[in-house]
Design a binder for this molecule. Sequence first.
Ligand code: DQA
Length: 146
Amino acid sequence: MKTIYVLNGPNLNLLGKRQPEIYGHETLDDVARICAAAADPGFEIRLEQSNHEGVLIDWIHEAREASCGIVINPAALTHSSIAILDALNAYDPPVIEVHLSQVHKRESFRHHSFVSRRADGVIAGLGVEGYAAAVRRICQLAGAKG
Ligand code: DQA
């Protein structure tokens, strides 16, 4: 089995309850189900969420040995965390950055992403469907590598 890490940053534990007009009504459990359904046979999903930057960094380090790709929604840390960018720069397999909302339509402080300097793909504004698209892309890239 190849493992895809699906990492979620601060406040995404409240998905479904938090500003549903922006982030939708689906929960993180729904995201886990959607990712599992999107993965090709032979791939498994490890979905994690933390409100703490260092915990997310530890998972990225762990993923170096344990995964074939990372889907990451760093949430607000997208716009501030050089440390998450550095961790991803030390990770070789594909990285896809996902945002539920269309960040470029929102406040200007959401327009800049440190993570985008490393991401192989960026998806914004597709809601939870963005995670499915990201998982399919990782399967395609990792599958092609054999
Ligand atoms: C988000 C967008 C970020 O700007 C915000 O801080 C989030 C969620 C999104 O999924 O749309 O927490 O990453």
